[in-house]
Design a protein around this ligand. Structure first.
Ligand SMILES: Cc1cc2nc3c(=O)[nH]c(=O)nc-3n(C[C@H](O)[C@H](O)[C@H](O)COP(=O)(O)OP(=O)(O)OC[C@H]3O[C@@H](n4cnc5c(N)ncnc54)[C@H](O)[C@@H]3O)c2cc1C
Length: 324
C-alpha cells in the first residue's frame, strides 16, 4: 500500500525547486517507476512534485550547434518516433522503441528512463540490502541470474535503462538545473559506479532536475545502432545489449563509441571493442577478436555466466550488421 503524500504540480522550474527543497520530496515525471518504488517501499516520499506542467521540459528542438535537445519530459514514444532522431541518431530511436511496452512508452519520459531506480529484486523487495543501507548484497549468494558481470563491486545490480547506453554511445550531455544553477554533465559521467558509492545511482544533488538531454551534431558518415537481448520478446529488460556509434572512412572505422546494457551497474563503456575496431574494416576476423576482447574481464556470479557467450554473440552480430 502507498503511504500518504502531498502532490503538487508547479508550473515553473523555480516553483519546482522551492517545492523540492522540503525534505522527503520526490520528482514525478511519468510515474511508471516512481509509483512502483513508493508502493513497494523502496523509498518513501512525503511530497511528490510533478514536472508535467512545466512546458519548457517538453519537446524536441534543434540546437544552434546543429545537434538536438530533448526535453526531459518528452515521452519515449515521441523519442522513438521522431523523424530527425531516427535519421541522425538511430541508436536512440531504436533504444527508445525497445523500452518496455507501448503503454509504458506512452507514459514514461526520457528523463525518467535515465533516472529510474535499479531493478534488482532484492533492492525492490523486502530486503534491507547494501544499497538501502543494509550490510550485504543478497545477490552474491542468492538468485543472481540477472545481475552484472562487469563493475560489480559490493553491489551487483545492472543498470535498467535502454536509452542510457545509446545516449552514451552518441556522446550526449545532460543539462541539470537546481537551486544552485545550471550545469552540464556527459551522460558517460552521470552514473555512479558501486565502487565509488553504492548508495547512489546518479550524480544528481538534492533538489536537482534533469531538464534536457543534448545530442552533439551528427558526424558525417555516422552510423549508430542499439539492440538488446531479453528473456521474452514481448517486453523485458535487457539480459545484455549493445549501443554502437561509429564514424566510417570508406569501409574502415574511424571513430567508435560502444556502450553495453544489462551487464553492469552503469551503462558500460566497452573500450576493448572500440580499440579493436578503430582503423579496421569490420571483417569476420576483426569482429571475432573484438567480441572476444569485450568479455575477457567479465566476472560472472554463480548463475549468470550465460551472459558471456550471449554478449560475445551479440557484439559479433551487431558489428557485422553495422558494417553493411
Ligand atoms: C513493466 C515494466 C517494464 C519495463 N521495461 C523496461 C525496459 O525494457 N527498458 C527500460 O529502459 N526501462 C524499462 N522500464 C522502466 C521504464 O522505462 C521507466 O519506468 C520509465 O522510463 C520511467 O520514466 P517515468 O517518466 O515514468 O519516470 P518516473 O517514474 O516519474 O521517475 C523515475 C525516477 O526518476 C526520477 N526522475 C524522473 N524524471 C526526472 C528528472 N527530469 N530529473 C530528475 N529526476 C527525475 C524520479 O524521481 C524517479 O525516481 C520498465 C518499467 C516497467 C514498469
Amino acid at each position: 500500500m502507498l503511504s500518504n503524500f502531498t502532490y503538487v504540480r508547479p508550473k515553473s522550474l523555480e516553483e519546482a525547486f522551492k517545492q523540492l527543497s522540503s525534505g522527503g520530496a520526490k520528482v514525478h515525471a511519468g510515474g511508471t517507476d516512481l509509483l512502483g518504488c513508493l508502493r513497494d517501499h523502496v523509498f518513501e516520499a512525503s511530497k511528490v512534485v510533478s514536472l508535467s506542467n512545466i512546458q519548457s521540459l517538453h519537446g524536441i528542438r534543434k540546437t544552434s550547434q546543429g545537434g538536438m535537445g530533448i526535453g526531459a519530459l518528452t515521452t519515449l514514444r515521441e523519442v522513438a518516433g521522431n523523424s530527425e532522431i531516427k535519421k541522425h541518431y538511430a541508436a536512440l530511436a531504436q533504444a527508445a522503441s525497445e523500452v518496455a511496452s507501448p503503454q509504458l512508452r506512452n507514459q514514461g519520459t526520457l528523463g525518467g528512463n535515465l533516472c529510474q531506480k535499479p531493478r534488482c529484486w532484492y533492492y525492490r523487495g523486502d530486503f534491507h540490502c547494501l544499497r538501502k543501507g543494509g550490510e550485504e548484497c543478497f545477490a552474491v549468494a542468492g538468485e543472481n541470474a540477472y545481475h552484472c558481470i562487469f563493475g560489480g563491486e559490493s553491489c551487483y545490480i545492472v543498470h535498467p535503462s535502454d536509452t542510457a547506453p545509446a545516449l552514451g554511445a552518441l556522446g550526449a550531455q545532460m543539462t541539470i538545473r537546481g537551486p544552485k544553477g545550471k550545469r552540464s554533465v556527459a551522460l558517460e559521467s552521470f552514473y555512479v559506479p558501486p565502487a565509488e558509492d553504492y548508495t547512489k545511482e546518479t550524480r544528481l544533488e538534492a533538489g536537482e532536475i534533469v531538464t534536457e538531454i543534448v545530442l552533439p551534431p551528427p558526424a558525417e558518415r555516422l552510423r549508430s545502432s542499439y539492440r538488446k537481448v531479453r528473456a521474452r520478446q514481448s517486453w523485458d529488460f535487457a539480459l545484455s545489449g549493445i549501443a554502437l556509434a561509429f564514424v566510417f572512412k570508406g569501409d574502415q572505422v574511424q571513430k567508435a563509441r560502444v556502450f553495453l546494457s544489462g551487464v553492469a551497474p552503469v551503462p558500460w563503456r566497452c573500450r576493448e571493442v572500440e580499440e579493436a575496431v578503430i582503423g579496421k574494416r569490420l571483417d569476420e576476423g576483426t569482429v571475432r577478436k573484438a567480441a572476444e576482447s569485450a568479455v575477457q574481464k567479465a566476472k560472472p556470479l554463480e548463475q549468470n555466466a550465460y551472459k558471456i557467450p550471449l554478449l560475445r554473440g551479440l557484439i559479433e552480430e551487431q558489428l557485422l550488421a553495422i558494417a553493411r
